[in-house]
Design a protein around this ligand. Structure first.
Ligand SMILES: C[S@@+](CC[C@H](N)C(=O)[O-])C[C@H]1O[C@@H](n2cnc3c(N)ncnc32)[C@H](O)[C@@H]1O
Length: 201
């Protein structure tokens, strides 16, 4: 579902650089939790409130979604979160090796057309980078309501030699180390099942 463009978002982002990071600051991050494609930020907000001792970084490339997330972070005065309005492809390459505890991909865009395969956040070029930035005992956790994207992603994780730790085709959402996202709530309200996979190195 497309988010309606909000003209206030970009000026708001420019007025709140306190949640952003320079390229150098990105390259110095260590021991943190990363969400790629944060949407309107509910997961980031809930997880950072639930685990105040952890450091989080969210990345979102849609200006309106980024503005909405940032507004929530500012209003909540979240102090253990950084947030970037950028394409993840530009950010991940700056992150240092073995620095990420958990990488969350929540309801990533399915990009169903074959010619758009490379844009999927579980396509091979992204997975190579995820392997590089995850700590040895780090995990990547992927949730989706899309059967096709889930099957594709499982194949990609296997092909990239990730260690598949758990696969759930009807995830109940009750893991303490998790929080519900906007898309997840909508999917559950429609009666759709949620698929979830946890992988490590
Ligand atoms: C389907 S939405 C899900 C949003 C949220 N994670 C949720 O579960 O409600 C996917 C989001 O990922 C963002 N996204 C997709 N590709 C991205 C990329 N390469 N870098 C940053 N954000 C990306 C989109 O802009 C969109 O907001």
């Amino acid at each position: 579902m497309r988010t309606k463009f909000k003209a206030w978002a970009e000026p708001y982002i420019n007025e709140h650089p306190e949640y952003a990071l320079s390229d150098e600051e990105i390259s110095l991050l260590d021991d943190f939790y990363l969400e790629i494609g944060s949407g309107k930020g509910d997961f980031l907000l809930k997880m950072s409130a639930k685990f105040p001792e952890r450091k989080f970084l969210g990345i979102e490339k849609n200006v309106t979604c980024a503005g909405i997330t940032l507004k929530k972070l500012v209003e909540a005065e979240s102090s253990n979160v950084k947030f970037l309005y950028k394409d993840a492809a530009e950010v991940v390459e700056l992150i240092k090796d073995k620095s990420v505890n958990t990488l969350y991909l929540n309801f990533s865009d399915p990009w169903p057309k074959k010619r758009h395969t490379k844009r999927r956040l579980t396509s091979v070029s992204f997975l190579d980078e995820y392997k590089r930035i995850l700590k040895n005992d780090g995990e990547l956790i992927f949730k989706t309501d899309s059967d096709d994207l889930f099957d594709f992603s499982l194949e990609m994780f296997e092909a990239a030699n990730f260690n598949i730790k758990s696969v759930t085709h009807d995830y109940d959402g009750l893991d303490e180390e998790d929080a519900q996202t906007e898309y997840e709530l909508k999917a559950r309200n429609k009666g759709l099942t949620i698929k979830r996979v946890v992988v490590g190195l």
